[in-house]
Each structure stands twice: as structure tokens, then as C-alpha cells.
Design a protein around this ligand. Sequence first.
Ligand code: FES
Length: 281
Amino acid sequence: MRVRTAETYKTEEERVSITEDLKPTPVAISGVRGGPDVHTLRKDRWWLVPTLTVLGLTAFVAYSAWAALVNKDYYSAPYISPFYSPCIASNCTYQQLPIIGTWWKISPAILVLVFPLGFRLTCYYYRKAYYRSFWWAPPACAVADARPRYTGETRFPLIWQNIHRWFFYFGVIFVVFLAIDAVRAYDFPNGWGMGLGSLILTVNVILLGLYTFSCHACRHLCGGQMDQFSKHPVRYKLWSGVSRINERHQLFAWMSLFFVAFTDLYVRLVASGTIHDPRFF
Ligand code: FES
């Protein structure tokens, strides 16, 4: 890089102006964001991704809230909707693990959805997605924040995002239950077989498994807090495997989000008699 000396500036004003431009932008956690006074200098469609994110997440939240509250058409042997699994209330259509007594009168989905919801809400990728698209903090690279102050995740309530690792543990338990559901989806009342629903429940658990095990907390659990990989070959192998799928965590986040809603919809349509489940054998 060519360094300009004092003699190479045409005037003192030019030297001062260029030196001013080179001053670092003051950015501080819990402080006031600096930067130019214009909203952005970007000319591309930077708003497209935040807009699509708002539409995608809003559609998913609206559908899943309706599906969880409607409390019917979530089971058609041998398929159960992932929104209602594991069904742990006594008022479930399909008794899986009835540990909650008859005093529970409303939808059993509410008892379980809080865990996958917490897992997604505190996910590192989703945080970026909804901080950018809903809060505009900031909406995109090199675009100013909607608000002048930035406190990050240093205060209540966002400091609670740090419990993500605990939600990861619950996420793993849910993947185990959904894997059991996927195996049961081949066990029809008249014997073992395969329908379209069996395949859908299988793809659903694969995508949710990829999303769950590509989690950053999982990667840290496998390879974190260790000085030498050579002394921990098993953890190194696990960490390498998780790192490979971790690169596509965002992709798995969206694929699993839409597919879990699609799986619920499919089971719902079959259970309500709207469509017929094709049986391959
Ligand atoms: S970082 Fe996304 S699920 Fe953990």
C-alpha cells in the first residue's frame, strides 16, 4: 500500500478532510451507533431479504398458532402431526405419554410447542434474521439502524437468549420422539407398509435432525473448551461432522421450518378426510 506523506496532499484542507474520513466509526455495545448521517449508500435491493424474512416467519407463526390451538385433526393412524408430538396430555386423541392428567382441557400442542418455539427463537441464525427484519437493528450490512441506540443482548429481556444451549437439549429430545413417530408411520393398523405420509414424516425428522445437530451450541458442545484435538479424537470427529453441516445451518433452519408446517398440514388433511393418503405397499 502506498502511504501518502504530508507533502503529497495538495492542500491542508484536503489532508484534514481525508484524515477525518479515515477515523474509525465509533461502535460500542450499549452505546450510540456512529456512522454517516445518511440511511445507506447501497443501491442494490438490500431490503429484499428482510422483507422475505418477515413474510416467511409471519406466515409460519400464524399457521402454527392456528394449528396448535385448533385441537383436532392431528392424528390419523399411523400418522401424528409433529406439532402435537409427543402428546403428553390425557386428552390426546393418540395416547403417547399421558403424564398430564385430565385437568388439562385445552390443546395438548401448547404443552410441547413451547420447547421447539424457544429453540428457534433463541437460535443464533434466527436472531440475526429477526433482529434485521423486524427490528431493523440493522436491517442489512451498511444500512443504518432504525434506532440510534444499540444495547445488543446485554440487558433484559434479550440477555435471556443465552439459554439457547438448554433449548438445544430439549431439541434433541424432540428429534428422538419425532424419529419414533417416523418409524411408527410405517406401522399401519393392518400391518407394516408405506404411504406418502410415511415418507413425509421421515423427511421431516431428517430435516429437523439436520437443523438441530447443525446448531452452534452443538458444535461447541462437541469441540469447545478443549486445547488439543489430538488428545480427544472422538470429540474431534464429532466436531468435524457438526462443523460440516453447521455451514448450512441457515438452509436447514428454513427447510425444516417449512417442512414441519407442511407435515402438519398433510396429516391434518388426511385426518379430516380432505385428501386420501396414497399407500405404496
Ligand atoms: S444456533 Fe440455530 S439452533 Fe442453535
